[in-house]
Design a protein around this ligand. Structure first.
Ligand code: HEC
Length: 137
């Protein structure tokens, strides 16, 4: 008698934990979908913010998508960063050396921006600007 109660108890425990698992799985699926939708909107917003900053913070005065003006074109920068697996955010934070144009005069021009106003930009703003540059294909 005692034994069957124990068995029943275990079965009940097993069943409820099974039910919980199903619920967990459904919850996870819903969360994944919500997460995907969120990421999409965030990425869209991020690109719009990045483009706005790139234009508004004068980056576009020296960087054109296709042509070298004063600084290298966005496409050339993307190419070198992709080839060398560089980290643009680190460069903009002054934590990594220039890898696109290593001419000292050119580096000084960009460095003046980094020390002048880029240092006051938030991590989110820098991430947005880099996301925008990388979206230029
Ligand atoms: C006054 C002109 C000027 C402005 C404004 C300017 N840049 Fe530059 N930038 C340069 C020059 C010149 C170089 C080439 C030297 C170098 O590569 O560091 C450069 C290089 C770069 C590089 C490549 C660095 C490397 O690894 O060689 C990135 C990334 C970059 N700029 C991003 C930006 C962003 C983002 C902004 C706006 C916040 C900006 N630049 C504003 C002139 C400018």
């Amino acid at each position: 008698m005692k034994k069957s109660v124990l068995v029943l108890g275990l079965a009940a425990l097993f069943l409820t934990s099974c039910g919980d698992k199903k619920k967990e799985e459904v919850k996870k699926e819903v969360e994944t979908v919500v997460e995907e939708v969120k990421t999409e909107t965030v990425v869209g917003d991020n690109l719009a913010l990045g483009e706005k900053l790139f234009m508004g913070k004068t980056c576009s005065t020296c960087h054109n998508p296709d042509m070298k003006i004063i600084g290298p074109s966005i496409k050339d920068m993307n190419k070198v960063y992709a080839e060398q697996n560089g980290d643009m955010i680190k460069f903009l934070k002054g934590e990594a050396e220039a890898i696109v144009d290593t001419d000292p005069g050119q580096i000084a021009i960009m460095k003046a921006n980094l020390d002048g106003f880029v240092k006051d930009m938030s991590d989110d703003e820098l991430a947005a600007i880099v996301a925008y540059m990388k979206s230029v294909k």
